[in-house]
Design a protein around this ligand. Structure first.
Ligand SMILES: Nc1ncnc2c1ncn2[C@@H]1O[C@H](COP(=O)(O)OP(=O)(O)OP(=O)(O)O)[C@@H](O)[C@H]1O
Ligand SMILES: [Mg+2]
Length: 290
């Protein structure tokens, strides 16, 4: 990523939007079509993401989950359709205008992708330096340290290089970088892929806790059924080039789409549901709402 400075007007643009988005849907997508040559990935796709929710995005491999996320954050130019983020039309935004909105979200890309030649703290500082070039090194170090600890890493992880971290620690470091700019919107693409079940469950807990305490809205792409049951408020299902259903898992189970039935009624899903139910019973032995 380049360390180009952000034009003053673009940051002003960002400040024109209320600091806390008070609309109901930080993300609204209408009629989205994405194609690579003749190959259509999305065709007339619609989706609304509610403020404050963790929305899980599922679908078979290659159904276009990552491309959907890239469209929302302006890295993939759609063939047609509208995408509003915080009430701004991203698809029509001028690059400078888009930058203003861009500092209000954080992204953990599929695979993590930390800069291997930078320490964890330096990785966290990349977006800070890009958007706030006037910050002193002392303040940058202070913010980076805070973000590192916020994601549950030991303080000394800040000085380490990615190659010195375990897979789970790398994910946390990636999350620390995604949180660098105090975003309201967080995009996580397969955050628990490659983690052992305990590490994945801990990462899920962290995601839920940060969402609630920081008031985030989270767009979470995952294949992990445990994650869906444990922390997602709603789930959006991608199939047939569209979002074919959005709702809570019980709501999705009422639809008769074969992929949804196979996915949520398969043995792995039932096991995840059972684990989740028994976990709730232990947390809350009286049976009240957890
Ligand atoms: N830059 C690109 N050029 C051409 N085709 C692409 C490009 N990016 C994605 N695709 C194609 O678009 C389709 C959707 O890709 P995408 O990465 O969104 O899938 P996904 O749902 O995230 O899959 P996975 O679960 O495996 O991560 C795939 O067929 C992929 O090959
Ligand atoms: Mg993907």
């Amino acid at each position: 990523m380049s360390e180009q400075n952000i034009p003053e007007e673009a940051l002003q643009e960002a400040q024109d939007i209320p600091p806390e988005f008070d609309g109901e849907h930080p993300i609204r997508i209408r009629g989205l079509t994405n194609a690579f040559g003749e190959f259509k990935v999305h065709d007339d796709l619609n989706l609304d993401v509610k403020r404050g929710e963790i929305i899980g995005v599922v679908g078979g491999s290659g159904t276009g989950k990552s491309v959907l996320m890239r469209s929302i954050i302006g890295l993939q130019i759609p063939e047609s359709g509208e995408i509003e983020v915080f009430g701004r039309n991203i698809t029509e935004a001028e690059p400078d205008e888009e930058i203003g909105v861009r500092c209000r979200w954080g992204v953990l890309f599929q695979g993590g992708a930390l800069f291997s030649t930078l320490t964890v703290a330096e990785n966290v500082q990349v977006p800070l330096k890009q958007f706030y070039p006037e910050l002193s090194q002392e303040l940058l170090d202070e913010i980076a340290r805070y973000k590192v600890v916020l994601t549950g890493l030991p303080e000394d992880a800040a000085a380490k290089y990615p190659s010195e971290l375990s897979g789970g620690m790398k994910k946390r470091a990636g999350l620390a970088r995604a949180l660098a700019l105090d975003p309201e919107l967080l995009f996580l693409d397969e955050p628990t892929a490659g983690l052992d079940p305990i590490g994945a469950a801990k990462f899920d807990e962290l995601t839920r806790e940060l969402t609630d305490t920081l008031g985030l809205t989270v767009f979470l792409i995952t294949h992990d059924l445990d994650t869906l049951y444990a922390i997602c408020d709603r789930v959006a299902v991608l199939a047939d080039k569209q979002v074919i259903a959005v709702g809570t898992i019980p709501e999705l189970l009422e639809t008769d789409h074969p992929w949804i039935q196979e996915y949520f009624n398969g043995p792995r899903s039932r096991a995840a549901a059972q684990t989740h139910e028994s976990g709730k019973a232990i947390d809350n032995p009286d049976g009240g709402k957890a």
